[in-house]
Structures are given as C-alpha cells and as structure tokens.
Design a binder for this molecule. Structure first.
Ligand SMILES: N[C@@H](CCC(=O)N[C@@H](CS)C(=O)NCC(=O)O)C(=O)O
Length: 206
C-alpha cells in the first residue's frame, strides 16, 4: 500500500481529501515538521524526503512523489479517476495556488523564521490573488468546470485564512466556494480526521 507522509492540517490535507474523494487506500504516516521527524518511532523524516516537506507519497514500487500538484494528480490516477477534461487548466490552477498563494502568502505568514517585513509583503499580495480567485469562482463553485484537484488545494489554503487573519468578506464568491466545499463528504471527512491529530500535536508541543 502507498504511504502518504502528512502533517495534520498543513498542505498535506489536500492529499488526504484526494484519497477520500477518489477512494485511494494509503497508509498515513504522520510527520512532526519541527524535527522533522516521523512521529511514530522518531526517525528523521529527511531520510524520506530530503527537503523535509509534506506531503510526500511513497509508491509501492519505491518511488517517492513530492510536490502537491504531482502528489494530487498521482492520487487521482491511483483512484482511477479520469484524466481532467482540460489538463492545462488543472496545471495552471495547481501551480498558481502553490506559488502565488501557498508560498507567496501563507508561508511568510506562518513560518516562525519570518519577520514583519516578510509578513507585510505577504499581506500585500492578498487583494490581487484572492480577487483573481474570486473572479474565477463568480458563477461556479469549482476552479475547473467540475470539482477537481485545484479545489482540494484551494480548500486547504482557505482553511488557514482565519488563523492568518485574512478576511474573506471582500471575496464573496471565494467564501461561497469555501463553504460549499466544507460540506462535501470527502472534504468534511478529511478535515474531521486531521483535526484531532492536529489538536494532539499542539498539546504534545506544550
Ligand atoms: N513545494 C512543496 C511545498 C509543501 C510545503 O510547503 N509543505 C509545508 C507544510 S504546508 C512543509 O512541509 N513545511 C515544512 C518545511 O518547508 O520545512 C509542495 O508543493 O509539496
């Protein structure tokens, strides 16, 4: 069975949503990013992924798949999902979310090594990036013509907005898509599975 290395409620949540949505059986292996260590047994996670980042997916043939766009696409294929109707559009959204939103906005806001200047820079990017997403979602709830991988990644990123102090009220379509995703069974289940793990990890750090 493939192994999915994850840390609760981080970017790897998108991968768990994909597993739930496409019915992919994986063994979940929890990583404490502070080490980074594999929580059970304490092995240095960099032996698995030299960058120490989650998600990472160990396939049955031993290959390690990393980078959220590829991890998600690989999980969709493992689950037997049809290829996307417009693969370029899927790639465009996954890369946009990874670079313009995940790394440009949330990383500087959450990284303990960040500073006020980096955080102000990240916040300055919110209006244009979120307005761009809002415009794309104005007459539909999904970034592609149907529910797909970009929505799983977007939901994951939006689940951090409250903690990051980002107000979604100026982006009604984005907020509506977020609310709709929250009710979808796979999204709901993945979040519900990770929340107690997240709370336990926070507790263990105290
Ligand atoms: N480019 C990577 C970024 C993944 C990423 O930033 N994951 C975060 C959790 S949300 C992480 O592992 N942070 C720890 C680190 O970067 O050292 C991807 O797409 O998978």
């Amino acid at each position: 069975m493939p192994e999915l290395y994850f840390t609760p409620l981080t970017g790897s949540l998108a991968a768990r949503i994909a597993c739930c949505h496409y019915g992919v059986d994986v063994e979940y292996v929890e990583v404490d990013l502070a080490g980074p260590r594999i929580r059970d047994g304490g092995r240095d996670y960099r032996e698995v992924h030299p960058l120490g980042q989650v998600p990472a997916l160990r396939l049955d043939d031993g290959r390690l798949v990393s980078e959220i766009p590829l991890v998600l696409r690989t999980l969709a294929r493992l689950g037997g999902a049809p290829e996307p109707a417009d693969p370029d559009e899927e790639l465009r959204w996954l890369v946009f979310l990874g670079t313009e939103v995940h790394k440009a906005i949330f990383r500087p806001l959450f990284d303990p090594a960040s500073n006020e200047g980096a955080q102000a820079y990240a916040r300055s990017k919110v209006p244009t990036r979120f307005a761009y997403l809002d415009a794309a979602l104005t007459d539909r709830e999904t970034l592609l013509t149907e529910l797909g991988l970009p929505d799983m990644y977007l939901f994951t990123l939006l689940s951090w907005t409250r903690t990051a102090g980002i107000d979604l009220s100026a982006f009604p379509a984005l907020r509506a898509a977020f609310s709709a995703h929250r009710e979808r069974p796979a999204f709901k289940r993945a979040f519900a599975e990770e929340l107690p793990l997240f709370q336990a990890a926070v507790q263990a750090r105290r």
